[in-house]
Design a protein around this ligand. Structure first.
Ligand code: HEM
Length: 275
C-alpha cells in the first residue's frame, strides 16, 4: 500500500493482496492469550461439573448417566462440589486483577463502542446473511466486529454475577432466601454466557472464514489481508499511526548511526481481549 490510505475498502491488486497475506500484524498480547485459554479451560471444566451438580429437577440439564459418570470420576458428589468450588475460586483470583486493570483499556476502550452506526448495521446485515436474506457487504469493523463485541459485553456483565453468586452459594453468605436467589441467578448468568459461547466457539474454532482469528489466539498475529478484509477500521488506524510515525521521524533518526532498523515499527495492538 502506498502512503495514500483509503477511507473505505478498495479492490486490491493481486500483488498487493499477496504481499498483505504474507505480512503478519500483532493483535493479541501473550498475557491475553494465556488468560483467554485459562478462561476457556476453566469454563469447560466448570460447565461440565456444574451440569452434573444440579440437583433441582426444575433446572436439571444433564441425563442420569452423565451425572453418575462425573460423580464416579471424582469419587462422589461431595468431591465433585469441592472441585467445582476450588476451581471457581482459583478462576476468581486469577481474573480479579485482570478485570480491574483491563477494564479501562479493554472494556471501556474497545468493547463498549458498539454504539457506532456501522456496528449496528453489521449486526443486522450479518443476521440477514445467516438467514440467507442478504448479500450486502458488511460495513467496516474495528479490531473486533460487532458480534464479538456484543458477546464480550455479555461476558463482562455476567461474569461478576457468576462470581458473586458462586461465592454466595459456596460459603452460604446470607439467609436461605439470599442463597436461593443466588442459585437462580448463577444458573441464568451461566446460561447467558453459554448461549453466546456456542456462537463464539463456532465462529472462533470452526467457521472457515475466521480461521486467522483462531490462530491469532495462539500466535498473537493475523495477516494484513485478513485485517483489511474483516477489520478495515483497525487496519486503517494502524496505517494512519504508522504514517504519522514515519513523518515524525527526523532525517537523523533514519540515517546512518541510528540503532533503529529501517522499515516498519512493531505494530501495536489497539487494545486487547479477556479470555
Ligand atoms: C474452546 C473455547 C474457545 C475458543 C475456541 C475461543 C476462540 C476465540 C478466538 C479465536 C478469539 C479471537 C477473536 C479475534 O481475535 O478476532 C477469542 C476471543 C475472545 N474470547 Fe474466546 N474462545 C473460547 C472460549 C472462550 C470463553 C469460555 C470465553 C468467556 C467466557 C471467551 C471469551 C472471549 C472474548 C471476550 C474474546 C474477545 C472478543 C471476542 O472475540 O469475542 N472465549 N476467542
Amino acid at each position: 500500500m502506498s502512503s495514500v490510505i483509503p477511507v473505505a475498502p478498495v479492490p486490491l491488486t493481486k500483488e498487493q493482496a499477496e504481499a498483505m497475506l504474507h505480512h503478519q500484524i500483532k493483535k493479541h498480547h501473550v498475557a491475553i492469550i494465556l488468560v483467554h485459554w485459562f478462561n476457556a479451560m476453566t469454563w469447560i471444566l466448570e460447565v461440565s461439573t456444574g451440569a452434573a451438580l444440579i440437583s433441582s429437577r426444575y433446572f436439571r440439564v444433564a441425563p442420569d448417566w452423565y451425572i453418575a459418570m462425573f460423580n464416579g470420576l471424582l469419587g462422589g458428589r461431595a468431591n465433585l462440589l469441592q472441585f467445582h468450588i476450588a476451581l471457581g475460586v482459583t478462576w476468581i483470583l486469577v481474573f480479579l486483577p485482570y478485570g480491574l486493570f483491563g477494564f479501562r483499556t479493554y472494556l471501556r476502550g474497545e468493547m463498549l463502542k458498539v454504539t457506532d452506526r456501522d456496528d449496528m448495521r453489521w449486526l443486522i446485515i450479518r443476521t440477514l446473511q445467516i438467514l440467507g436474506k442478504s448479500d450486502e457487504p458488511l460495513p467496516p469493523q474495528g479490531i473486533y466486529n460487532a458480534g464479538q463485541k456484543a458477546f464480550s459485553m455479555v461476558v463482562w456483565m455476567m461474569t461478576p454475577v457468576v462470581m458473586v453468586t458462586g461465592v454466595t452459594m459456596a460459603f452460604r453468605l446470607g439467609s436461605p432466601w439470599v442463597v436461593g436467589w443466588a442459585v437462580v441467578l448463577h444458573f441464568l448468568a451461566v446460561g447467558m454466557i453459554v448461549a453466546g459461547l456456542v456462537v463464539h466457539v463456532y465462529m472462533g474454532a470452526i467457521f472457515p472464514e475466521e480461521k486467522p482469528a483462531f490462530f491469532s489466539m495462539i500466535t498473537g498475529t493475523v495477516n494484513e489481508l485478513f485485517a483489511y478484509n474483516h477489520h478495515f477500521k483497525w487496519w486503517r488506524e494502524m496505517k494512519v499511526a504508522h504514517l504519522a510515525w514515519e513523518q515524525k521521524r527526523t532525517p537523523k533518526d533514519k540515517g546512518v548511526g541510528s540503532d533503529e532498523p529501517e522499515g516498519e515499527p512493531a505494530e501495536k495492538p489497539a487494545t486487547d481481549s479477556p479470555g
